[in-house]
Design a protein around this ligand. Structure first.
Ligand code: AMP
Ligand code: MG
Length: 397
């Protein structure tokens, strides 16, 4: 029996590096992983500019008390540069975003200025107010986005503010997905007596897509050795990762590990965790293989713990594991020492703190617990039963 952490590290050690990268335009970058760090080619904003609509003046002209009259030399819309300089006794009408004229260092908002014809009257104001300094957002030459960052709208905006309209991002890893089992029927098709509808191929598809990877749907494969062998081989040619569910326990028709032993390298693990103990990990040719358990909660959990970090590493992401948070147990929880247990929980802000309770029955086939829950409760190996009020770790979905 191996620990969750050892399993995770053994899997990551098998993955040499990320998939190659491609150049994509700014309109197609959302959710993609930046391949190389991004440095700023110039300052943003490129020059000092006005933060308001108003009048640009030299601080030397600002009276310490009372008011002073200045002559308005011209209008400066955003996108224009003032030709001359502001000298003593002068002001320039300036719009938000317009570069500060030479000689000016402070802007009076137009609401606080009295204007009469070509003159404005100004009063005391601190030097430098209402001016955005060149480089205050981004300094030329600095790293603005690290390699391995998942691009959100704000990273894309920052890149385009630097004039970058295409970026190198990692390609999406391809994941071939298949369900095993004579009892598994495709939703939308009639179901024979004794059959259940496939849920794993759809929960796993969603999880794969949430990882930014692409799904190749191989369908449902019955518990027939030759057919499983053929479909797994075919899957391994088309994808970097092959994921199956079911057929990895020790039943008479659990063929996955036998077939893998024939066509690839197979490592079969009993992981010290609950739910989702048996797991088959290995390779078929160049593809990484994960044989997940059949029970719906167990297969989702095994994906989150073992496949997701692997896909993140393949996708070139910097952060491979989710963050966990402390919360107060709002109910007692049963826990066997010696294994890591994952319960589905409902996390709520209660009396100013985070509290968590379980979703109820925790059987590994109770998929509705994943629906009513909003987090995993992670109970570490050395821990025993949890009493009300103890601190537990949660991982929000
Ligand atoms: P197995 O490990 O193949 O014996 O499967 C364990 C349990 O998970 C059995 O009750 C299966 O019916 C169920 N199961 C297997 N595959 C799926 C699937 N694709 N969708 C929903 N349940 C499944
Ligand atoms: Mg089965």
């Amino acid at each position: 029996m191996i620990s969750v952490r050892d399993g995770q590290h053994r899997i990551l050690a098998q993955i040499a590096g990320p998939v190659p990268s491609e150049l994509l335009p700014a309109t197609r970058l959302l959710g993609r992983v930046l391949a190389d760090e991004m440095r700023a080619p110039f300052d943003v904003p490129p020059a000092d500019n006005s933060a308001v609509d108003g009048y640009a003046v030299a601080s030397a002209d600002i009276p310490a008390s009372g008011r002073r009259e200045l002559t308005v030399m011209g209008d400066l819309p955003a996108g224009s540069v003032f030709d001359g300089a502001v000298s003593s006794g002068q002001a320039v009408r300036i719009m938000t975003g317009a570069p500060m004229p030479r000689g000016a260092d402070t802007v009076y908002p137009q609401e606080v200025v009295e204007r009469a014809g070509e003159h404005v009257r100004i009063g005391p104001l601190d030097k430098g107010v209402n001016v955005r300094l060149g480089g205050e957002d981004v300094k030329a030459g600095t790293i603005v986005i690290e390699a391995g960052t998942v691009l959100r709208p704000q990273e894309i905006g920052l890149a385009t503010s630097l004039g970058l309209w295409q970026l190198g991002v990692h390609m999406r890893p391809r994941v071939a997905l298949l369900s095993t089992g004579d009892e598994v029927a495709d939703p939308g098709m009639p179901r024979r007596p004794g059959q259940i509808y496939d849920s794993n191929r759809f929960t796993l598809r969603g999880l794969v897509e949430q990882c930014g990877a692409e799904v190749i749907d191989v369908g449902i494969v019955p518990d027939v050795r030759d057919e499983l062998r053929a479909r797994l081989l075919e899957a391994s040619y088309t994808a970097e990762v092959v994921v199956t569910s079911g057929g990895v326990s020790v039943g008479m028709y659990d063929l996955v590990k036998d077939v893998l032993g024939e066509i690839g390298g197979i490592d079969f693990w009993q992981v010290a965790m609950q739910p989702g103990r048996p797991l088959a990990v290995g390779t078929i040719g160049a593809a990484h293989f994960f044989g997940l358990p059949g029970n719906p909660v167990a297969s989702m959990l095994a994906f989150m713990l073992f496949v997701r970090p692997a896909l993140f590493k393949l996708a070139g992401r910097r952060q491979l594991f989710p963050e966990v948070w402390p919360a107060r147990a709002a109910e007692p929880m049963r826990k066997k020492p010696g294994r890591r247990e994952f319960k589905r929980g409902v996390l709520r802000l209660e009396n100013g703190g985070w509290e968590v309770r379980t979703t109820g029955p925790q059987g590994s086939g109770i998929l509705s617990s994943m629906v009513s829950g909003n987090c995993l409760i992670v109970l570490e190996e050395d821990r025993g039963d949890v009493a009300v009020g103890e601190t537990v770790l949660v991982e929000p979905f």
